[in-house]
Design a protein around this ligand. Structure first.
Ligand code: ZN
Length: 372
C-alpha cells in the first residue's frame, strides 16, 4: 500500500487553476534571470523533474481516466509555452553577453598592455609608468605623420633598398647612361658588381619602379625613405636626407587627380585654409612635370621673409608618369596612366620647427631631439 493509492482523488478544476499560477510564476522567474548561467538553473527549476509543473503532471494518474487527457494536454501546453519563453530569454542574454565581450575586446590596446604589465608586476601597479628612455627623431615623427595622412587616403606604404641598381635608380626612370639629367643626381657608387652598376639611391623613385615591377595596377602607394646625394652639407643641404614619394597608377588618371591629391594632403598636413599650387617644371620621369608650392607656413600666405613675400613656399615635384616609364616595367600606357609626387621630409621638418641649420638633424644630440 503506497501513499498515492491512499490519497483522495484530486480535483481537476483546482489542478487546472493551479497550473495557471505555475505558468505565471515560471514566466516571472525566467524573465528575472540576468545571465545565461542563471537562466540555465532557473529553467531546470521551472521545467525539470522537481518542478511544480512536474508535480502537477504526477497528479495525472490519480485522476479519473476520462479527466487524465484534459490535465495532460494542459500541462503539455504550459510546458511548451515556458520552453519558448526560456529559449527567447536565453537568446537575448547571449546577444547581450556577446556585445559586452566585443566592447571589452575593442578596448584601447595600450590600456590593455598597461593592465597586463601591472598584473605581471603587482608592485608597479600603483606607480605611474616611467617614461621610456630615448626619443623619436624629429624626422621620424614627421615621416610617421605623413604616412598616417596617406594611409588615411587609402595608400599603402612601400619600402625599397638604399643600395640600388643603376637600372632602378636611373635607367628605368627614363635616364639612360650619359643622359644630361643624371647630372642633377650625382651620387655615390658602390664597389659592387660591374663598375658604376650599384649606387646609393639618389631618390625614392626606384621604389616606385620595384612596386610597378611586382604589383599590377591599380597602385596607390607612398615610399618614404633615406636617400643620398653628393652634396656638401650646409644649413639647407645634407648628403643624406629623407624623401617621401607617392605613386598612383589606375585607369583614367589625370593631372586634375594629381592637383586634387596634393591639395588634400596640404590641408591635412598643414591645416585648413592652407592650399597648394602647381608650376610647370621638368623631370625626366614625368610628363608633364610640375613643382608644387604650399601656403607659407610662417605667414599663412600674408607674405614674409621666408616666402620672399610671395605667400608660397616650394615643397616638391610632381607630374604624370611618363609612358616610357610605364613601358619599362611592363605596364601598358594605353590602358593605365598615373601620377607621382615627392618631397623632402627633412626640409619639411626644418620648416615646421623653424630650425636654422639642418645639420642638427644628424648630430643626434638628445637635448635637441627631445624638444619635439
Ligand atoms: Zn611667408
Amino acid at each position: 500500500v503506497t501513499n498515492s493509492e491512499s490519497s483522495p482523488q484530486p480535483d481537476l478544476a483546482a489542478l487546472l487553476e493551479g497550473l495557471v499560477a505555475v505558468e505565471e510564476a515560471g514566466r516571472a522567474r525566467l524573465a528575472g534571470a540576468q545571465t545565461v548561467d542563471a537562466l540555465r538553473l532557473v529553467t531546470q527549476e521551472v521545467l525539470g523533474k522537481r518542478s511544480e509543473l512536474a508535480a502537477t503532471n504526477s497528479q495525472l494518474r490519480l485522476l479519473a481516466v476520462e479527466d487524465r487527457p484534459v490535465l495532460g494536454q494542459a500541462v503539455q501546453q504550459v510546458r511548451e509555452r515556458l520552453e519558448v519563453e526560456a529559449d527567447t530569454r536565453r537568446a537575448g542574454l547571449e546577444a547581450a553577453e556577446r556585445a559586452a565581450r566585443d566592447r571589452a575586446e575593442a578596448m584601447d590596446l595600450t590600456e590593455a598592455a598597461a593592465l597586463a604589465a601591472a598584473e605581471a608586476t603587482p608592485l608597479a601597479a600603483t606607480l605611474p609608468l616611467p617614461p621610456l628612455p630615448g626619443h623619436r627623431h624629429l624626422v621620424t615623427i614627421v615621416r610617421e605623420e605623413l604616412e598616417d595622412i596617406f594611409v588615411g587616403m587609402g595608400y599603402q606604404v612601400a619600402e625599397g633598398p638604399e643600395a640600388e641598381t643603376d637600372w632602378h635608380n636611373f635607367e628605368a626612370l627614363n635616364m639612360p647612361p650619359n643622359h644630361p639629367a643624371r647630372g642633377m643626381f650625382d651620387t655615390f657608387y658602390l664597389n659592387l658588381g660591374q663598375p658604376g652598376s650599384v649606387v646609393l639611391r639618389t631618390h625614392t623613385s626606384p621604389v616606385q619602379i620595384r612596386l610597378m615591377e611586382t604589383s599590377a595596377p591599380p597602385i596607390y602607394a607612398v615610399a618614404p625613405g633615406r636617400v643620398y646625394r653628393r652634396d656638401t652639407p650646409d644649413a639647407r643641404h645634407l648628403a643624406e636626407f629623407h624623401q617621401i614619394e607617392g605613386l598612383v597608377v589606375d585607369r583614367r588618371i589625370s593631372m586634375g587627380d594629381l592637383a586634387g591629391t596634393i591639395e588634400a594632403f596640404t590641408s591635412a598636413f598643414f591645416g585648413p585654409g592652407r592650399h597648394s599650387r602647381l608650376r610647370p617644371s621638368f623631370f625626366p620621369f614625368t610628363e608633364p612635370s610640375a613643382e608644387f608650392d604650399v601656403t607659407c607656413w610662417v605667414c599663412a600666405g600674408e607674405g614674409c621673409r621666408t616666402c620672399s613675400h610671395s605667400g608660397w613656399v616650394e615643397l616638391g615635384g610632381c607630374g604624370m608618369v611618363d609612358p616610357n616609364v610605364l613601358q619599362a616595367v611592363g605596364i601598358d600606357p594605353e590602358q593605365w596612366s598615373g601620377f607621382a609626387f615627392g618631397f623632402g621630409i627633412d626640409r619639411l621638418a626644418q620648416a615646421r620647427t623653424d630650425l636654422s641649420d639642418m645639420r642638427a638633424l644628424l648630430d643626434n644630440d638628445i637635448r635637441f631631439i627631445s624638444q619635439f
